[in-house]
Design a protein around this ligand. Structure first.
Ligand SMILES: Nc1ncnc2c1ncn2[C@@H]1O[C@H](COP(=O)(O)OP(=O)(O)OP(=O)(O)O)[C@@H](O)[C@H]1O
Length: 342
């Protein structure tokens, strides 16, 4: 059974003033997040990601539809019943949201104090988490003495303190530089693999989805426009907004402007070969082209590794007789998509 289920969820914010329109922040959202997975939700600003998070942890109620977390309904549940739900969900944020007047140790201990744990229990769990997140030597430091990456590690330790089943990461690496992002993502992978915690990653950065998530939902203006395995969405995005996100990290078919630049530099036919899983088909193309006496040059594109699987888009400039080129491309065939660039 899915750990988090949303069925036909909508959220409408009433008009702020007379004459304004109501805002449909979420429309007909359905998704299932399985226990133990890392599920990514990607969308531009205003797509509805934060609203979705607030609905999942019960901070707001949906206008219609149904949300369950670990088999319990979240929608329309009284506040006192949400307490147990929230213990199952840890959260981390872009701006870390640490208590500046508390040490690292006391930030991590805070949820345990609120939950009324004994001093011994608090000390034991806090020490465990300081070790797990590599912060033991910073236990008595204050947040202002830490780097961004260290602050987010404190955020993660604090979110894990009450042993949640789910970690919601809301733009958790958006304020960090690429190197630090890498470290924090590595820690999140350990949280998932070693502690078995299900992670929901909300982000506008496709790199984060590529490096962390197993499945992804792409949101656009309050709707999920596409969802699936990360490899499938990266290697074959079906919607415009997914394509835009993928193009931020993958060199695919050249854009119109790029094509113009390529045309000015290269003679002959320009063709993009797209392939997934393995390199047999591209090797076959190169052999067929060489055998047909076609001169070819790789002018754009690359090979990507996502979720341990390869795919790529390689644009070639081909010089030779048209029929020789067509025959060679057709012969190489299997598992390969050929796009002729006009
Ligand atoms: N409390 C609110 N009252 C009215 N409208 C809201 C409220 N919260 C969000 N919205 C609107 O709902 C839509 C979705 O906002 P949301 O913050 O969920 O998007 P987001 O994808 O998280 O964007 P960002 O990354 O910028 O936070 C936006 O049009 C926003 O203006």
């Amino acid at each position: 059974m899915a750990l988090i289920t949303l069925r036909s969820v909508t959220k409408t914010y009433p008009a702020a003033r007379k004459g304004n329109l109501a805002v449909n922040a979420l429309e007909d959202i359905s998704l299932e997040i399985e226990p133990g997975e890392i599920f990514g939700i990607i969308g531009y600003s205003g797509a509805g990601k934060s609203t979705l998070v607030r609905l999942i942890n019960g901070l707001e109620t949906c206008t219609s539809g149904d949300i369950t977390v670990d088999g319990r309904s979240v929608s329309g549940v009284p506040e006192r019943k949400l307490k147990t739900l929230r213990q199952d969900i840890g959260m981390i944020f872009q701006q870390f949201n640490l208590f500046s007047s508390k040490t690292v140790r006391n930030n991590i201990a805070y949820p345990l104090r609120v939950a009324g744990r004994s001093r011994a229990q608090i000390a034991e769990r806090t020490n465990e988490l300081l070790e797990f997140t590599g912060l033991a030597d910073k236990a008595d430091s204050y947040p202002e003495q830490l780097s961004g990456g260290q602050k987010q590690r404190v955020g993660i330790a604090r979110a894990l303190a009450a042993s949640p089943k789910i970690l919601l990461a809301d733009e958790a690496t958006s304020a960090l530089d690429p190197e630090t992002t890498h470290e924090v993502l590595a820690l999140l992978r350990r949280v998932n693999q070693e502690l078995g915690i299900t992670i929901v990653v909300i982000t506008h950065e496709m790199e984060v989805i590529r490096d962390l998530a197993t499945r992804v939902a792409v949101m656009d203006r309050g709707r999920i426009v596409e969802q699936g395995e990360v490899f499938d969405v990266f290697s074959n995005p079906r919607q415009d907004s997914s394509r835009r996100f993928v193009s931020t990290v993958v060199r695919g078919v050249p854009s119109a402007a790029e094509l113009q630049a390529l045309r000015s530099r290269h003679e002959g036919r320009l063709v993009t070969l797209s392939f997934r899983d393995g390199s047999a088909s591209q090797a076959a193309v190169f052999l067929e082209l060489a055998a047909a006496g076609v001169d070819f040059e790789l002018v754009y594109g690359g090979i990507n590794d996502v979720a341990g699987r390869a795919f790529g888009h390689l644009t070639l400039a081909l010089k030779g007789g048209d029929s020789a080129i067509d025959t060679a491309l057709a012969a190489a065939g299997h598992g390969l998509k050929v796009t002729e660039l006009g």
